[in-house]
Design a protein around this ligand. Structure first.
Ligand code: BG6
Ligand code: MG
Length: 219
């Protein structure tokens, strides 16, 4: 029997808005200050994972004491928060408003599930809070992506079983979490990097909604 997709779960950073670039710039400053090699390739591993885990990845074998570790986390966040001051509704990525409207027209329910502890503020600055039935951020669960916990909580709060939910993600950690949650997944970005997703598009604006839905419901 064909499944009916009813729950739509969006990652925030890098899917609805380009804040992933601000995370990159903030980590780049930290890496420069610590004289640790860092580039966009390494940055791919930081996408979708918690701030704490990002710092662990960045530091590699280096093991600073906990007060320096905490200070670095706070410093990165203050750099990041400087960048996000410039967010306005115009910072939504192309296609974001359109897909949210298409989902509403079909009667679908919509969630944001982001690991970022700055989700609330970013959503408010984008002016899109009212478009979501559920908003989950980095405070909502203990185990973050690639663990499935946050997506499963979103499915519960939307009252839609995991098999009828689809996740939109730009990170491989997020695609893995969607798979582990038993959900459909749509990668947003390069198909090379996100090849385990059910479908991949180079941006929300590349999605033709009804055709995507037809494909998803045939899986
Ligand atoms: C995710 C980003 O959405 O949020 C990660 O993809 C980031 O790169 C994570 O580390 C945590 O964000 P924050 O705002 O809590 O530092
Ligand atoms: Mg992301």
């Amino acid at each position: 029997m064909r499944r009916k997709v009813e729950g739509y779960i969006f990652d925030l950073d890098g899917v609805l808005t380009n804040t992933s670039e601000f995370h990159y710039l903030a980590w780049k400053r930290i890496a420069e200050e610590l004289k640790i090699p860092f580039d966009r390739k390494i940055n791919e591993n930081l996408k979708g994972v918690s701030r704490h885990e990002c710092l662990r990845i960045l530091l590699g074998e280096r093991n600073p004491d906990s007060s320096l570790f905490e200070e670095l986390l706070a410093r990165k966040n203050s750099y990041y928060r400087d960048y996000i001051k410039r967010i306005t509704p115009k910072s939504l990525l192309p296609g974001a408003l359109n897909i949210l409207d298409c989902i509403r027209e079909k009667g679908g329910r919509i969630a944001v599930a982001s690991v970022s502890k700055n989700t609330d503020e970013v959503m408010t600055m984008l002016g899109i809070r009212g478009k979501f039935d559920v908003i989950l951020d980095g405070y909502s669960v203990k185990k973050t992506k690639p663990e499935p916990e946050q997506f499963l909580l979103a499915s519960k709060m939307l009252s839609i079983v995991p098999g009828c939910c689809v996740v939109f993600e730009d990170s491989s950690a997020g695609i893995e979490a969607a798979k582990r949650a038993g959900m459909l997944s749509v990668g947003i970005g390069s198909s090379k990097r996100l090849d385990s997703a059910d479908l991949v598009f180079n941006g929300l604006d590349k999605i033709e909604f009804n055709s995507m839905l037809g494909k998803l419901e045939r899986f």
